[in-house]
Write a protein that binds this ligand. Structure first.
Ligand code: CTP
Length: 459
């Protein structure tokens, strides 16, 4: 008997359509055994495909259900195709002719065949027919406003064209001749009264609570710079309000949405470095919030930066049980804080945040079998290494991305709203509580009177 002929093909297969089915049927007809590689969501996002609506799991299930597909694998990294050709002893690599030439390099492993694409249908087209673009407005002329506008242009699920700031002259100057942000408001109620469905808030930290609360009550979804509130009572209240109003409330901690960061969590879940005993992360910046001056508690390294290491500690080690601070105060606020958190099973989290000094911003996750090293700036996670005592066994993960990383967060925000989801798996409401625990506890310690007063006011 002749050897069976193995065919392989790859794709995202979002919202499976007849173009996909026809391609797969024709691919199978080229041989006997069809392997389909479905792209992993982190891989897709890292290569700029930000607007896929279905999860990897859902897309894999849809392909597995097809009679003529024999095996489904998940494509997670750039060089995987060549590895798969060898691993599965592939005879033909088939792909749509929108890729003509792009995979010729694989001819040295197998025979590459480009098949005619079906005219008139694509996932992109189905997404735009099935989901309306979310109209979004910006609150405040903050330090990330322009970056947010630039990055949102890569996200097809939403459209940002409106801004609010109480500074009339600044709004006027910003919107004048601005082709993207055409509408400016200096009255928040009027701004909320427009057809926008969602807002991004980037104002002084002490104003977050009021802006969020009003936006949620006006039926808007909210993405807000962290901390979204400066005491525990207000944070709880905002999260319950979002739930009650059935609206999304997300902290704008961009690290949580980066493809490499999510891949890192997947690797850890697989147990690759054994039991995790310790996480260390440093986040420093020489930047000082000039506009915000020193008039409120929400300044200093812990308020501005601790959410980043707390995100890592929280995602990797779970809730912190005991928190100790070793801070350095200058001009009334902490320029440097070494924060030690204790977690389940005695694991330690060691976070260092600083705004008055610069240090190496890397992170190390240590386990009983090996460790993960994330080079600086770890919070803009692009690559990481899984290292073992035997250095030959090191595994490299590389998810370079373009821009400043905001687009992944914006894409998740838009996609959740479009799909009617109340929370993100990448940053759940309990993650939001977790990433704020350290700073809220620190605020209580530093300013117990204010924290007590707010609790009383609540009652
Ligand atoms: N394909 C096809 N005909 C179509 C659409 C896709 O033959 N009308 C093929 C592609 O060439 C590829 C496979 O189906 O070999 C998976 O393509 P994918 O990129 O997942 O689908 P698209 O509809 O092209 O997705 P998007 O619009 O998001 O790029």
């Amino acid at each position: 008997m002749q050897n069976k002929k193995t065919i392989i093909t790859y794709g995202t297969y979002d919202m499976l359509h007849k173009g996909h089915m026809r391609l797969l049927e024709r691919a199978k007809a080229l041989g006997d055994y069809l392997i389909v590689g479905v792209t992993d969501e982190n891989y897709d996002r890292s290569r700029g495909k930000l607007n896929v609506v279905e999860s990897t799991k859902k897309r894999v299930k849809a392909i597995e259900a097809l009679d003529f597909v024999d095996k489904v694998i998940v494509e997670t990294h750039k060089n995987q195709k060549a590895e798969d050709m060898v691993k599965y002893d592939v005879d033909i690599f088939a792909i749509g002719d929108d890729w003509v030439g792009a995979f010729d390099y694989l001819n040295k492993y197998t025979h590459v065949e480009y098949l005619a694409r079906t005219e008139g249908i694509s996932s992109t087209q189905l997404r735009s027919e099935n989901f309306d673009r979310i109209k979004m407005g910006l609150v405040g002329l903050g330090r990330d406003t322009q970056a947010f506008i630039d990055e949102s242009k890569f996200v097809s699920s939403l459209n940002v064209n409106r801004i609010y700031s109480d500074d009339f002259l600044k709004v006027k100057a910003f919107t004048k001749d601005n082709v993207t942000i055409k509408y400016g408001h200096d009255n928040y109620d009027e701004f909320l009264d427009t057809p926008i469905q969602a807002v991004y808030i980037d104002t002084a930290l002490e104003e977050h609570y009021t802006f969020i609360s009003k936006a949620l009550k006006a039926g808007k979804h909210v993405l807000c710079e962290n901390p979204i509130a400066l005491n525990k009572g207000e944070l709880k209240e905002l999260l319950s309000l979002a739930k009650k109003e059935n609206k999304l409330l997300l902290s704008a901690v961009k690290t949580a949405f980066l493809p490499a960061f999510n891949q890192l969590l997947k690797e850890l879940d697989s147990g690759v470095i054994g039991e995790i005993k310790e996480v260390r992360a440093t986040r420093t910046s020489l930047y000082k919030e000039k506009d915000y001056s020193q008039k409120f508690i929400g300044q200093g390294a812990t308020n501005i930066l601790s959410a980043y290491p707390s995100l890592l500690m929280n995602k990797v080690l779970g809730k912190s049980k005991k928190i100790s601070f070793f801070d350095q105060i200058e001009d009334g606020y902490d320029i440097n804080n070494l924060i030690v958190t204790e977690h389940k099973g005695g694991a330690l989290g060691i976070s260092n945040v600083a705004v008055g000094m610069k240090s190496e911003g890397d992170a190390v996750i240590s386990g009983t079998k090996g460790y993960i090293y994330i080079p600086a700036p770890w919070w803009l996670t692009k690559k990481f290494e899984v290292r073992f005592e035997d250095s030959h066994k090191t595994l490299n993960f590389n998810y370079e991305f373009e821009g400043c990383g905001l687009r992944y967060m914006i894409a998740e925000f838009g996609s959740l709203i479009q799909r009617g989801k109340g929370k993100s798996k990448m940053l759940t409401p309990s993650d939001i509580v977790g990433i704020n625990r350290v700073l809220l506890e620190y605020n209580e310690k530093r300013s117990p009177k204010k924290a007590k007063k707010t609790k009383k006011e609540e009652k």
